[in-house]
Design a protein around this ligand. Structure first.
Ligand code: SF4
Length: 357
């Protein structure tokens, strides 16, 4: 198998197989893969705009029964710093976010046994009653958990959440969609099949989502490719994934992970470019500046990414393990401009609402 033959066939519109992905990952020329990924990006999204969004990540509780080994954020009920946000605190955070131009709220938290579906319905209704904000919130494990502790099926729970104001779902909690890896790093979290089922039900209910991957724990490349295969297969059925977002686990204080594989910038970029080529049915590929840093985020734009995600006004889960990358609006605009692209602020559905030429 010659890597350039594979790239030529993929450039001509053939689907990349999992074996070809792994071959290219190990033996493909990095710059040729990057060129091919950039061309694929241009075919899907012609032009020079690189998008981003201003949003606020609000963690409504840090009490979590899941206790993932890689997580430094969760607390047990009774810990001195365990919390559930009050309505006043929630509004305070949203007011701050609005003042800074945020259009999206990413409300996520731990799997807290005291918070049944009424908590979320009341919260979403209250937010929609006060603010014109998109509620892009609750990862698949949270939806599964809320449904279960409320005695509801997934369809009913999602419908009720949607009626209360939920607009779309972030792709969190996927980590690596392979049960061997899930058993190692988050044994109490929902299985691969359940994560996919939540997404399938959400898409069917009209709640689109993103798809994410957390790489750099104990997985091998084959597990990552298996993850991508499952996303591509479900996307063939539902078309409900708006984007794919891969970020890298950094390890760090407060976690119980004994071992992790530090993903270098080059490995990240190679993987991202191949993901752009492999996920031929996903429109947007996001580069991660949050975990990889601004310079790698900028480089990702030459490796198939068309979006740099959000200027996150609060991100407790990543920060809890010591990652402190930050960008404000001016820095994001400058980052994209310096790379030769036009910054475009977008909404949750990836419509460009303002450009900064
Ligand atoms: S990653 Fe999420 S589900 Fe896992 S322990 Fe942390 S807060 Fe809980």
């Amino acid at each position: 198998m010659q890597y350039h033959d594979i790239l030529n066939r993929v450039a001509a519109g053939e689907r990349m197989s999992e074996e070809e992905f792994i071959h290219l990952f190990h033996q493909g020329d990095l710059l040729q893969i990057a060129c091919c990924a950039s061309e694929a990006r241009q075919k899907k999204l012609p032009g020079n705009i690189v998008s981003f969004i201003i949003d606020r990540n609000i963690n409504y509780t840090n009490i979590c029964s899941c206790q993932c080994l890689f997580c430094g954020f969760y607390r047990s009920d009774g810990d001195a710093d365990a919390y559930v946000l009050s309505r006043k605190e929630l509004y305070g955070k949203i007011d701050e976010a609005r003042a800074l131009g945020a259009t999206q709220l990413m409300i996520q938290g731990g799997l807290n046994p005291d918070l049944t579906i009424e908590f979320f319905e009341n919260m979403f209704r209250a937010i929609k009653g006060r603010y014109d904000m998109t509620i892009h919130s609750l990862s698949a494990p949270e939806v599964d958990y809320v449904a279960r502790i409320s005695g509801l099926g997934l369809d009913e729970a999602l419908l009720r959440l949607k009626e209360a104001g939920l607009d779309s779902l972030p792709g969190g909690g996927a980590e690596i969609l392979h049960d061997d890896i899930r058993q190692s790093i988050s044994p109490h979290k929902i299985s691969t099949a359940r994560w996919l089922q939540v997404m399938q039900c959400a898409h069917r209910a009209g709640l689109e989502s993103t798809a994410t991957m957390m790489m750099g724990t104990v997985e091998e490349i084959g597990h990552r490719v298996d993850h991508l295969r499952r996303i591509r297969e479900l996307q063939d059925q539902t078309g409900g994934f708006r984007s794919f977002i891969a970020w890298t686990y950094q390890g760090g204080a407060g976690t119980r992970m004994l071992k992790n594989h530090k993903v270098t910038a080059l490995e990240y970029l190679r993987f991202l470019a191949l993901a752009r080529l492999y996920l031929d049915n996903v429109k947007h590929i996001q580069g991660s500046w949050l975990t990889q840093g601004a310079a790698t985020g900028q480089m990702s734009l030459f490796f198939g990414a068309d979006d740099l995600g959000s200027i996150m006004l609060e991100e407790n889960v990543v920060r809890s393990v010591g990652v402190k990358n930050r960008l404000d609006l001016a820095a994001m605009i400058e980052l994209i401009r310096q790379a030769g692209f036009i910054p475009g602020r977008r909404d949750t559905q990836y419509n460009i609402v303002e450009t900064y030429e």
